[in-house]
Design a binder for this molecule. Structure first.
Ligand SMILES: NC(=O)c1ccc[n+]([C@@H]2O[C@H](COP(=O)([O-])OP(=O)(O)OC[C@H]3O[C@@H](n4cnc5c(N)ncnc54)[C@H](OP(=O)(O)O)[C@@H]3O)[C@@H](O)[C@H]2O)c1
Length: 269
């Protein structure tokens, strides 16, 4: 991938990780479509960048939002890369997760990337180094207490990326990048407090953006989990889930304490 010739659509560009990815790609002279719901944040980001980019305001859960997005990029024959980073968190014991929260978690984290890919793959095929990258999560490989619907969606996203990669072969690069906890507004105060108490590392969004750039430069790097020991636990959970059951079982009461706190603070509506 030659970043200076990359034209990239980034969903979740108004968020912590998406905006760090935008800054890293802007540094490399890529041209960007910055997608999010908050136009003010997108415009601020655009103003802080060096290159000429385009902001696209779209609620990706709506048909009209996705159609407007497609209409905006349809005639850009240079568009060759899509990074899907839009996402929502849902941290609470399952009975405390409102139906709206569960629906949003599954829709934004899983259904939207599938629907967008369906529309974007035919557009990208035949372009120079066509690429789709999904921003998944370590929780797409490890079922974590308090994050049940989020894990369901991110496990699904990882499966989707794998199937799509195998379906498309060499015609289109499909990358799946799984960050561990990252310091953005995505995480409520209760999640950050839990990570601190459990000694879970939290990366900067720039660390995730660096990993994105590295993956884009290495077409054969198709799946990556950021951070140690998360990398190991993700693999271990696939091969020997009973071991991870035991390790997380010991912590689950502590984790659920913070999940309840999230509910009490009204983060679950
Ligand atoms: N932060 C972490 O600890 C962490 C860890 C692992 C994986 N991840 C994943 O990394 C990705 C980015 O997370 P982040 O930390 O950058 O989160 P963030 O700061 O909360 O940003 C989330 C982004 O998603 C967009 N979004 C949410 N709902 C949307 C909708 N209906 N339509 C369009 N855009 C929507 C938001 O747009 P608006 O703000 O404009 O509404 C925002 O740009 C997510 O997929 C997340 O699952 C995050």
């Amino acid at each position: 991938m030659q970043a200076s010739k990359t034209v990239c659509l980034i969903t979740g560009a108004s968020g912590g990780i998406g905006s760090a990815i935008a800054r890293a790609l802007d540094e490399k002279d890529a041209r960007l479509y910055l997608v999010g719901r908050n136009l003010t944040t997108l415009k601020e980001l655009e103003r802080s960048l060096r290159g000429e980019h385009q902001c696209l305001q779209a609620d990706l859960t709506s048909d009209s939002g996705r159609q407007e997005l497609m209409a905006a990029v349809a005639n850009d024959e240079a568009l060759n890369t899509v990074i899907q980073a839009a996402g929502v968190s849902s941290f609470a014991p399952l009975p405390d997760q409102s139906p709206a929260m569960i629906e949003a978690s599954v829709y934004v984290n899983l259904t939207v990337p599938v629907l967008l890919s369906r529309q974007l793959v035919p557009v990208l095929l035949g372009r120079r180094s066509p690429t789709i990258m999904f921003i998944g999560s370590a929780f797409g490989s490890i079922g974590y207490p308090g994050f049940s619907s989020y894990c369901a969606a991110k496990f699904g996203l990882r499966g989707f990326a794998e199937a799509l990669r195998r379906e498309l072969g060499d015609a289109l690069r499909v990358h799946y990048l799984a960050p561990r906890a990252t310091r953005t507004d995505f995480n409520s105060a209760a999640v950050s407090a839990m990570n601190e108490q459990l000694g879970n590392s939290m990366d900067s969004p720039e660390t995730v953006a660096d990993a994105v750039l590295t993956m884009l430069q290495h077409p054969h790097s198709q799946r990556k989990t950021i951070g140690w020991p998360e990398k190991l636990f993700c693999r271990l959970n696939g091969a020997l889930p009973e071991i991870v059951d035991k390790a997380l079982g010991k912590k689950s009461q502590q984790i659920l304490h913070f999940a309840h706190e999230n509910t009490l603070k009204g983060e679950t509506r």
